[in-house]
Design a binder for this molecule. Structure first.
Ligand code: EPU
Length: 422
């Protein structure tokens, strides 16, 4: 197991490239199961979650070749069984459910286990697939789905108590591409990653309209074919480095961003007094800390509102921003594990019922801290960069799930970090 040692106190400077989106790559990799023809995907980030997904595809019978950021996948002969040993490591494994069902009329996928960021049920995924005609049974820890006569288009509302579901929308959209007739998903998630998946499926021959809105219409087709697709930039990775640039830098530039996808992060940073300038047609952004920054107020909600996946990183930024900041997570109200660790570094944070109230302190101090999930780990890195002394962040595998070569990118930005074995 690796840990990251961050020798804090050196402001970041320089430029880096943002990687391809992890959360786009995962469902798009799963969607390759929908065709028996070869698919080429570019800018797939080299993170452990995409590696897990490739292992799952291989276990299902896919032929996979990976070289740098380009992956070539052929799912000619596949099986419908995704057992616990291969899916237990990553919740996003459930993305294979829709494609397997659509292609083979059967899918047996182990239920994902508990999750440190909160309760993560799969009822909406099953609701959508059942509406398309699948018979769903949960037995022995597995979801067993069967549609011996194929799937049939339907109108289904996928709104849950916490709003729409991203991967649930993806699963139903993927399944509906090969169903008979037209499917309408109401209360669909409109995250850019859903749009990237829809664009990918359309280039394979699917007929999807409305992705990026709350109503998606899918007209089923007979067959999908192989394509060459480039994954969109990772807006969460970009937002993480934007928060780092505002927290402690002489100004950093992030290349390969999409302005629209990070505009909510830019808005919050500007409101807090930081400088955020887009250039190169919105494909680059430069962030500099403001002279007199102020605390902020954020509430996470589905896109285009502030993403839950950036909440922890902005909490770390607010830890040393003068004044009181208030951070509420409406999507995962229990996603505040990072606050206890930030407090060990001197932050003043009170968490109550899905809201953190942060009183900015002058300085954080280094301490050994434990990463608990992907975004919580990123928050600890942000805190460690500005802290006095050397911080050891244990359980680095959490961050390696979703940040491509984070230690190398930080070194490129002038930070003093070392990856060492625990
Ligand atoms: N929900 C239900 N029932 C369901 C599915 C979801 O009630 O069947 C609830 C969840 O408990 C949550 C809300 O709906 O309260 C939204 O969850 P969603 O289904 O949208 O989450 P997800 O699709 O499983 C994706 C991202 C997460 C991100 C969430 C929310 C991927 C691979 N994962 O998860 O990303 O937090 O959307 O935006 O795309 C991360 O990258 O760190 C990460 C956790």
């Amino acid at each position: 197991m690796d840990k990251l040692i961050v020798h804090g106190g050196t402001p970041l400077k320089g430029a880096i490239n943002i990687s391809g989106s992890k959360n786009s790559s995962l469902p798009i990799l799963a969607a390759t199961l929908l065709t028996d023809e070869p698919v080429i995907l570019r800018r797939v980030p080299d993170v452990s979650d995409t590696n897990y997904m490739l292992q799952i595809l291989t276990a299902l019978g896919a032929d996979v070749e990976r070289s740098s950021g380009t992956v070539r996948i052929t799912c000619a002969n596949i099986t419908p069984d995704a057992p616990y040993e291969i899916v237990r490591r990553m919740r996003a494994s459930i993305c294979v459910m829709g494609p397997l069902l659509a292609r083979l009329n059967r899918a047996t996928v182990s239920l994902p286990g508990g999750c440190v960021i909160g309760d993560r049920p799969v009822d909406l995924h099953l609701k959508g697939l059942a509406a398309l005609g699948a018979d769903c049974e949960v037995e022995g820890g597995n979801m067993d789905l069967k549609a011996p006569n194929g799937l049939t288009g339907v109108e289904v509302d996928l709104c849950g108590t916490h709003g729409p579901t991203v991967l649930g929308t993806d699963n139903v959209m993927m399944a509906a591409t090969l169903a008979k007739g037209t499917t309408i998903i109401e209360s669909a998630a409109c995250e850019p990653e859903v749009v990237d998946l829809a664009n990918f499926l359309n280039s394979m021959g699917a007929r999807i309209e409305g992705a990026g809105t709350r109503r998606i219409t899918i007209e089923g087709v007979e067959k999908l074919s192989g394509v060459d697709h480039t994954i969109i930039p990772d807006r969460i990775e970009a937002g993480t480095y934007m928060a780092a640039g505002a927290a402690f830098s002489e100004g950093i530039t992030l290349n390969r961003v999409i302005e629209e996808h990070v505009s909510v992060a830019a808005k919050v940073l500007r409101e807090c007094g930081h400088s955020v300038e887009f250039s190169n047609g919105g494909k680059s952004v430069t962030v500099k800390p403001g002279d007199k920054p102020l605390g902020g107020k954020i509430t996470t909600a589905p896109y285009p509102s502030f993403p839950t996946d950036m909440q922890a990183q902005f909490t770390a930024l607010f830890a040393t921003t003068p004044g009181i900041s208030v951070v509420t997570d409406t999507i995962f109200p229990q996603r505040f594990m990072h606050c206890a660790e930030l407090s060990r570094m001197g932050a003043q944070i009170k968490v109550d019922q899905g809201t953190a109230v942060i009183t900015g302190v002058d300085k954080l101090s280094a301490a050994p801290v434990m990463a608990s999930d992907l975004r919580a780990s990123a928050a600890l890195v942000l805190a460690a960069l500005q802290a006095k002394g050397s911080t050891e962040i244990l359980r680095l595998y959490h961050i390696d799930r979703g940040y491509e070569h984070i230690d190398e990118k930080l070194l490129q930005l002038g930070a003093q970090v070392e990856r060492v074995r625990e």
